[in-house]
Design a protein around this ligand. Structure first.
Ligand code: URA
Ligand code: URA
Length: 199
């Protein structure tokens, strides 16, 4: 096994024993993340929900189904990218993970990002975007814009759970804006995917 694969295995193993915050007391499984660890694109959600907690896989519930479909419609295979969350354990009742829980999980997420070294990161929803960009600005005002996270392009988008609560496809609706956003990202992805990291 190569170094990156080993490092991912070790990290996952460490997280499975993690008790850095109270979420460990109620989890069934950690949800580490899945997909292509060499991907130029990483998608970061908020936290596992019920089905994710039961299966140990990210985005496999209703929001996950929508995410998978949005990706497919834009020409991505879910398997070609890497998908994870800000926190790796389910918050009870699906509440937002609090600041201390996000902080307790931060090194794990950063390790994943620094090992993968993607060209593009998508943060989905308010929690992930605010957590990683250290901003207080709301997702509605900053989605669809490129930011910089340690030399990596970071692009906030609406969370698929939010889209499930906002069915309209009218021009300017969250679903319409998300469709513009993912098409933009696919174009950018195709431009940057073959550029090598310089090392
Ligand atoms: N919502 C998230 O933010 N992450 C998941 O893994 C599932 C639902
Ligand atoms: N609030 C969120 O947390 N996420 C969204 O995508 C929209 C509103």
């Amino acid at each position: 096994m190569n170094i990156i694969v080993n490092a991912f295995e070790e990290l996952k193993n460490n997280i499975s024993k993690c008790n850095n915050c109270g979420l460990c007391e109620t989890r069934n499984n950690i949800v580490f993340g899945e997909g292509n660890i060499y991907s130029p694109l990483v998608i970061i959600g908020e936290a596992p929900g019920e089905e994710e907690d039961l299966t140990g896989r990210p985005f496999v519930g209703k929001a996950g189904e929508l995410l998978t479909n949005i990706l497919k419609a834009a020409g991505f295979n879910r398997e070609e990218i890497y998908i994870t969350n800000v926190v790796k354990c389910r918050p009870p009742e699906n509440r937002d993970p609090d600041q201390s829980e996000q902080f307790a999980c931060r090194d794990y997420l950063e390790s994943q990002l620094l090992l993968i070294r993607p060209k593009i990161i998508i943060t989905m929803g308010n929690v992930a975007t605010k957590s990683i960009l250290s901003t207080t600005k709301g997702i509605t005002s900053i989605r669809g814009q490129l930011f910089d996270w340690r030399g990596i392009k970071l692009f906030p988008m609406f969370h698929p759970s939010f889209l499930l609560r906002n069915e309209s496809r009218a021009k300017g609706s969250p679903k319409d804006l998300t469709w513009q956003d993912i098409k933009y990202i696919k174009k950018l992805y195709d431009e940057v995917k073959n550029i090598k990291n310089d090392d």
